[in-house]
Write a protein that binds this ligand. Structure first.
Ligand code: MG
Length: 383
């Protein structure tokens, strides 16, 4: 069980909920980081008194230093600051809940500093899965999933005596706000429509990823690395109610599911208390109040991002990095109203043929591929 934590991305949706869990479980906080939300970070520092606080930019770090002059908290900045927070002496666990592949280097730093990882930043495994899992093994650290689907699978696996008995993983997907729509319909959707998720309240980037089903594609890749499972044995089913958080199927056709109300505090807490379970501040699941649970095949033709993620794993090497990097760049352009919703899927798909697919041997290979994907998107959109 976690006793002392460093939270990378403490002002986001996962970070704020994680701090509620820490408060309840009396977990000490040694470092907190935020990209830009200085007011909330200041408030969190005053409450949790970490040794270190990190802001995304030099300008904001300067301001935070002035605001926190009456405290003992040191303020650092940027990616170096994130890495410093990832390796802070006192913490036994690092929760990575930053947005995007910027989480990769700090995660590797935390692993090298022998910290267990509570992983909410899926882009880390999507882009650097081979490096991260190898390094975790070498350093003897554990990676506990915070993503609700992966936490569900992790929970289901607690009763699995031997992985040989496992046939497949079944990830559930809510289907997002555009379930049942055609590719034509999606061409004209607005930012506001895409930001309206039916079941989960999350940050902007992951909400757009959920609408495009890129999120589920990223989660398939994340599951591949976390559970060392080939992608052709990871299935996706659309489950509109978000009650079944994911399932595993054994060779005897028995299926084990993890269920609960859609509240991220359950997977966050389990990642921090594993292998123990303690009371959690979420509603109980009342099965008699559910009218039905529905399951559908995903529409791979309409949701090109989901298709692209599967294809990226067939291509291997840097292909998932290209899919992720082009998506991060494209989502930003969509939120800035520079491209249409379906442009996101087109750019993600095209990035994998625009850049030569190489193998990943080092972190630099990942960073180079990410940059190439972003440059591809920039040049494709400016044309
Ligand atoms: Mg998820």
């Amino acid at each position: 069980m976690t006793e002392n934590i460093s939270i990378l991305g403490s002002t986001g949706s996962i970070g704020t909920q994680a701090l509620k869990v820490c408060e309840l479980l009396d977990i000490k906080v040694s470092a907190l980081t935020a990209n830009s939300n200085i007011d909330l970070l200041e408030e969190q520092v005053r409450k949790f008194k970490p040794k270190l606080a990190v802001m995304g930019s030099e300008e904001k770090a300067k301001e935070l230093r002035i605001r926190l002059a009456d405290t003992d908290t040191k303020v650092s900045v940027g990616l170096d600051g994130l890495c410093e927070a990832a390796a802070v002496d006192e913490a036994d666990t690092v929760l990575t809940s930053v947005v995007g592949m910027i989480g990769l280097k700090p995660t590797l730093t935390a692993i090298n500093a022998k910290k267990n990882i509570a992983l909410a930043n899926k882009e880390t495994l999507v882009t650097g899965g081979s490096l991260v899992m190898k390094s975790a093994k070498e350093n003897g650290v554990k990676i506990y999933p915070v993503d609700s689907e992966h936490s569900a699978i992790f929970q289901c696996l607690q009763g699995c005596p031997d992985k040989k008995m496992l046939r497949r993983l079944i990830l559930t997907a809510s289907g997002g706000p555009f379930f049942g729509k055609t590719y034509e319909d999606l061409k004209t959707v607005t930012v506001e429509q895409a930001l309206k998720h039916p079941n989960w309240s999350m940050g902007a980037k992951i909400t757009i990823d959920s609408a495009s089903m890129m999120n589920k594609g990223l989660e398939v890749i994340e599951a591949r690395w976390l559970f060392d499972m080939p992608v052709d044995r990871i299935d996706v089913v659309v489950h509109r109610e978000s009650i079944v958080h994911s399932m595993i199927e054994y060779t005897d056709n028995s299926v084990i599911a993890q269920m609960g109300v859609p509240d991220m505090k359950i997977p966050i807490q389990y990642a921090l208390t594993y292998p123990e379970r303690v009371e959690c501040d979420v509603a109980q699941l009342d099965l008699t109040k559910l009218s039905s649970l529905t399951f559908y095949k995903p529409d791979y033709a309409t949701f090109k991002c989901l298709r692209a993620c599967k294809k990226s794993m067939e291509l291997g090497g840097i292909a998932p990095v290209l899919a992720n990097g082009s998506n991060e760049a494209a989502v930003k352009l969509f939120l800035d109203r520079k491209i249409s919703f379906t442009d996101i899927g087109d750019l993600v798909w095209d990035s994998m043929s625009a850049v030569e697919i190489r193998e990943i041997n080092t972190l630099q290979d990942v960073l180079d591929a990410d940059l190439a994907a972003r440059e591809f998107v920039r040049s494709a959109v400016s044309k």
